[in-house]
Design a protein around this ligand. Structure first.
Ligand code: UN1
Length: 512
């Protein structure tokens, strides 16, 4: 892979790690800055070193971004949309290389790497259309010859702090919308996947440069220190954070403390209810992909199966059989289903969760374990496992970013729904049933309490057209489709008096 990856990095312009390459936009990092190594979880090898941004780099980037905003906000939204259209076209050209880099640097399967780049292309298409649809409402005034309407203005600089598991797509959901809305962006990618950040920045920088755009519209700053700077910076009115609930709590209070806004996409603890009226074959595929896809490292990964008692044993046996067929290994080899976890810390969390589960009474019907030796030389490959548990176990209430699936039995749908809702998180949920009454009850106000609720589809793999996000400890933010764009703008209510008197609202008389 090492040879291939050099070609991929070369094609993406990432090999030239001199910050000067990103003219047309900023990649904040000075020549003598400290570096971090990007290691591939696929084979444990170092891909490249990347410079960390210093506090001075941060200042310089914010200054440039402030200047760029003055220009960008006045460019008509459809013109901004046209730049995003060109970005989408550039992504189409780079899909194979970028998808391969995602797969190699993050460890997800090649198919999923390509799928992630496809999500980027899709959100660009969505944003291009949106650039002509930033609609506000008009209202009838209670006063004669008055007109009321509302309009949406950009916020300014949007800080985007993204996670390793979707190293490119989540940034683009945010940035494509933020840009057409008239904002400029500063991106801090995960320090575990910095090269994906550099590659994306290079692609957008080239598009911006070809259009003679000023520097500062798209900015990239690498290093964990940047997160704190963004969270505490009044010049950044909106921070979009994707990551754990623990860090999300810190981000959200820092940003709220300065009256900034945040969009939070935090942990999920997603369940599928498998009814006795489910299509079992479909349910097995949905459950297994949901649990082991991306090695269980999606915030939408399926963590719990809540299965009707009448089909429980049968389903359990079929599931065990399906797990027996899983091929674990190099994610770039398309025959494999499951790639590695991201790093040692992730492997430790996986092992810890299994141990804790066992102490609490979890009965493993498919055993886990860490794989070592050839071809698992990185040491980050683990066996997807399945355990029978009770919903109240502490470990079941937590999100473990690993392929561990918990089985829980239910008798009535009311009970299943309350088990599904009975966790602190509220991102994604699903029911597998061919029974219309059950499906509707699951989607009703008394049903799932999650931001995403699906019928006969698993919990992961949401399309970009819908608003993406969840409730409770998932943070309440919405990104991507539908009207999620409104979070990236400030709303202004305008009242215009075209009469020759000044009537006051609420009928108040004030004569001089
Ligand atoms: C995430 O895991 O942070 O719905 C995002 C999905 C993907 C996005 C997941 N479209 O699984």
């Amino acid at each position: 892979m090492q040879n291939n990856i050099s070609t991929v990095l070369k094609n993406l312009g990432v090999l030239d790690l001199n910050p000067a390459f990103s003219t047309g936009s900023n990649w904040g990092a000075s020549a003598n800055a400290k570096t971090i190594d990007s290691l591939s979880p696929v084979d444990g090898k170092k891909i490249a070193s990347v410079q960390l941004a210093t506090a001075e780099d941060y200042e310089a980037v914010v200054k440039k971004a402030e200047e760029a905003f003055i220009f960008w906000r006045s460019l008509p939204a459809p013109k901004r949309g046209d730049i995003v259209r060109q970005f989408g076209d550039a992504l189409r050209l780079h899909k194979e290389d970028l998808g391969t880099l995602v797969s190699y640097e993050m460890g997800k399967s090649l198919q999923e790497g390509f799928g992630e780049v496809q999500e980027m292309i899709d959100i660009c298409d969505f944003a291009v259309g949106l650039s002509r649809q930033l609609y506000g409402l008009t209202m009838h005034s209670e006063r004669p010859n008055h007109r009321m309407y509302e309009q949406w203005h950009p916020m300014g600089i949007v800080g985007i702090i993204s996670a390793f598991n979707f190293p490119v797509a989540v940034w683009s959901w945010n940035t494509a919308l933020a840009w057409v809305c008239g904002n400029v962006c500063i991106w801090k990618p995960s320090s575990k996947t910095p090269l994906c950040g550099v590659a994306c920045q290079h692609i957008i920088a080239t598009v911006l440069k070809n259009n003679d755009m000023p520097e500062g519209i798209s900015n990239l700053l690498i290093g964990n220190a940047v997160g704190d700077l963004i969270n505490n910076d009044k010049r950044i009115p909106l921070v979009s954070f994707t990551g754990s609930t623990r860090i999300g709590r810190v981000v959200s209070s820092a940003v709220a403390g300065r009256f900034g806004r945040s969009i939070l996409e935090l942990g999920g603890n997603n369940a599928i209810i498998i009814s006795k009226d489910a299509d079992i074959d479909m349910s097995i595929i949905g459950a297994v992909f949901g649990a082991v896809g991306t090695a269980g490292q999606r915030c939408t990964s399926t963590r719990r199966l809540i299965i009707h008692e009448d089909i429980y044993e049968d389903f359990k046996n079929k599931l065990t059989k399906a797990y027996g067929q899983l091929r674990i290994g190099d994610p770039l080899d398309q025959h494999n289903h499951v790639g590695p976890l991201i790093d040692t810390a992730a492997v430790d969390m996986y092992t810890h969760a299994i141990e804790k589960g066992k102490k609490e009474g979890a009965k493993f019907i498919v055993e886990g374990g860490v794989l070592n030796g050839n071809p698992y030389q990185s040491g980050f490959y683990v066996k997807p496992c399945v355990a029978e548990v009770e919903n109240h176990y502490e470990i079941v209430q937590e999100e473990t970013f690993a392929p561990i699936l918990y089985l829980i039995k239910y008798k009535t749908l009311d009970q299943a729904i309350s088990l599904q809702n009975g966790v602190p998180q509220g991102l994604s949920s699903a029911i597998m049933t061919l029974n219309l009454r059950e499906a509707e009850q699951f989607l009703s106000v008394a049903g799932s309490d999650c931001g995403i609720a699906n019928v006969n589809i698993g919990t992961s793999g949401a399309e970009i057209g819908g608003a993406f996000g969840g409730e409770k400890e998932t943070g309440g933010g919405r990104e991507s489709g539908s009207d999620a764009w409104k979070a990236y703008m400030r709303r202004q209510t305008n009242t215009i008096n075209y009469s020759n008197t000044l009537p006051l609202a609420q009928g108040i008389k004030f004569d001089l």
